[in-house]
Design a protein around this ligand. Structure first.
Ligand SMILES: NC(=O)c1ccc[n+]([C@@H]2O[C@H](COP(=O)([O-])OP(=O)(O)OC[C@H]3O[C@@H](n4cnc5c(N)ncnc54)[C@H](O)[C@@H]3O)[C@@H](O)[C@H]2O)c1
Length: 320
């Protein structure tokens, strides 16, 4: 079998690259940065497959340039960065990396929940700055977690994994989705509620929906008005799911108590005013960033390419 010619848009964990190189001719973007549209167009030409990232905008122009390519393997479970319909028309398959990042992403959602509720980042900065003068009754008062109502918006793989981890905190779990997840309900006692109820009743509201036309600005001005003033919003899904201008306003005016964010509407740019707020914890899109998980994601993306090379259907073919 002739070796496939594969382009990788950014350096990935070595085991994934080693596996790919065993079977294919591989070129990797040597720079640790996102390629421009022009660079992507130039680099995908003449390839049999492309391993791309969520930061690559795989539009019709890029797909046209990749004429002859059989698959674009996305190094992410979300694939809102790819024009899947345009790929289908051109006979190019798209794959993603579901499952392997579920627990790691859910863990980060919990890390943000704790950090926001207990003001960990501000308290750390305060202590490092030498401001700690001894125990104080009113210092960094936060929100309790145990016994509260946990709202999960999107009860799919990551939302359900996030909910299961609530066990030790004796929380009331409510969730909203387009479809009910009976297994999740059985395992956790979670209650399925409508959109209005989850917004009104959650003490912590964590978002786990994909970014689609229907989920853009799912949480905006009207939703913040429905939420409790003591509530905390967590987002590890995709930035545009929250209207970030409305979020800054809601946090500033204390319509909600706090937010923990891994993703941003215009990342890597942040909405004006966000960084000045004390009641938000922000991290740079690291929800799946553990050594183990990023390696598994890389190997999974490569295995999808290798399957197509062997004439098989890729195990994680995006079916949209
Ligand atoms: N921050 C990160 O690094 C990171 C890592 C992994 C995944 N993600 C994001 O998390 C998303 C979810 O991943 P997953 O593996 O759990 O996907 P999934 O498909 O298993 O779950 C998504 C759930 O959202 C539900 N949903 C879709 N539209 C909805 C709507 N309008 N209202 C209510 N529910 C809706 C679906 O029915 C599904 O149950 C991904 O699409 C990705 O964008 C982010």
């Amino acid at each position: 079998m002739t070796k496939w010619n594969v382009y990788v848009t950014r350096m990935l964990p070595q085991p994934a690259i080693d596996l790919l190189k065993t079977h294919c001719e591989v070129e990797i973007n040597p720079e640790d940065r996102v390629l421009t549209n022009e660079e992507l167009i130039a680099k995908v030409k003449g390839r049999d497959a492309v391993l791309c990232l969520l930061t690559d905008n795989i539009n019709a122009e890029v797909l046209d340039a990749a004429q002859g390519a059989k698959i674009f393997a996305n190094y992410a479970v979300g694939y809102n960065n790819i024009d899947v319909a345009a790929a289908k028309v051109r006979g190019i398959m798209i794959s993603n990396t579901p499952g392997v990042l579920t627990e790691t992403t859910a863990d980060l959602a919990w890390a943000l929940l704790f950090a926001t509720a207990r003001r960990i980042v501000s308290a750390d900065q305060y202590t490092r700055a030498g401001k700690f003068q001894g125990w104080s009754p009113m210092l960094f008062l936060g929100q309790d977690i145990t016994g509260k109502t946990l709202g999960i918006y999107g009860g799919g793989r990551i939302g359900a994994a996030f909910g299961k981890k609530a066990k030790g905190f004796e929380m009331k779990i409510i969730y909203h989705d387009l479809v009910r997840n009976a297994q999740f309900e059985q395992e956790t006692g979670a209650t399925y509620v409508d959109r209005e109820t989850i917004l009104k009743e959650s003490d912590f509201l964590s978002l786990h929906v994909p970014l689609l036309a229907e989920t853009k600005h799912l949480i905006s001005e009207a939703e913040f008005k429905m939420m409790k003033p003591t509530s905390i919003l967590i987002n590890t899904s995709r930035g545009p799911v929250i209207d970030e201008i409305a979020l800054v306003k809601a946090l500033r005016e204390k319509e909600i108590w706090g937010a923990g964010l891994d993703v941003f509407e215009w990342e890597p740019e942040l909405a004006p005013g966000l960084v000045e707020l004390e009641n938000v914890v922000i991290v740079p899109h690291i929800a799946s960033a553990s050594i183990e998980t990023r390696t598994k994601m890389g190997v999974m993306a490569v295995e999808n390419i290798l399957a197509v090379m062997r004439g098989e259907t890729p195990p994680n073919l995006v079916q949209d």
